[in-house]
Unconditional design. Structure first.
Length: 157
């Protein structure tokens, strides 16, 4: 019995304080069963707590597929984000920046674009996400541009 209790204490790493001739247990054989059940219950409780914590911290994020909203992207190439980089958005009929009241098929002028941006509740949100090649860390930049700043930039060109 002492060898079994010694092996349970060693495997479960609970310490060596419960031999069968101890004054607290008095050589009781049911103490070995109780010690085994409590040790196994402790392992299960720890695994449940770690599982709940892991599940709580790693909730997946919902990502919207922007390809559905931009059907005009037929470039077929990947964008190399080397600095400095200029990214231009072409404003045509499939662009969300195109005025909804435009009936002509020609490209809008800068004045028409500035007028449309100035008179609508429009906010441009650009999200850039990339991985640092040195450290492997993911970086995300989310600058917001308000319609007045965009309209002023378009009218000053």
């Amino acid at each position: 019995m002492e060898a079994y209790i010694f092996s349970v204490e060693t495997i479960m790493t609970i310490g060596y304080g419960a031999p069968t001739n101890d004054i607290f247990y008095g050589g009781c054989s049911s103490m070995a069963l109780l010690l085994t059940v409590e040790s196994i219950a402790g392992v299960f409780l720890n695994s449940i707590c770690v599982g709940v914590f892991f599940r709580h911290c790693h909730v997946p994020f919902h990502v919207v597929q922007m390809r559905v909203h931009s059907p005009d992207d037929n470039l077929g190439a990947s964008l190399l984000m080397a600095l400095p980089q200029v990214v231009a958005h072409r404003i045509d009929l499939s662009s969300p920046l195109y005025p909804p009241s435009a009936t002509q098929l020609s490209h809008p002028t800068q004045y028409e674009i500035a007028h449309h941006i100035a008179h609508t509740d429009l906010e441009l949100v650009v999200v850039l996400e990339g991985t640092d090649a040195t450290t492997g860390n993911t970086m995300q930049v989310r600058p917001m541009t308000w319609h007045a700043v965009v309209a002023e930039a378009l009218t000053n060109e």
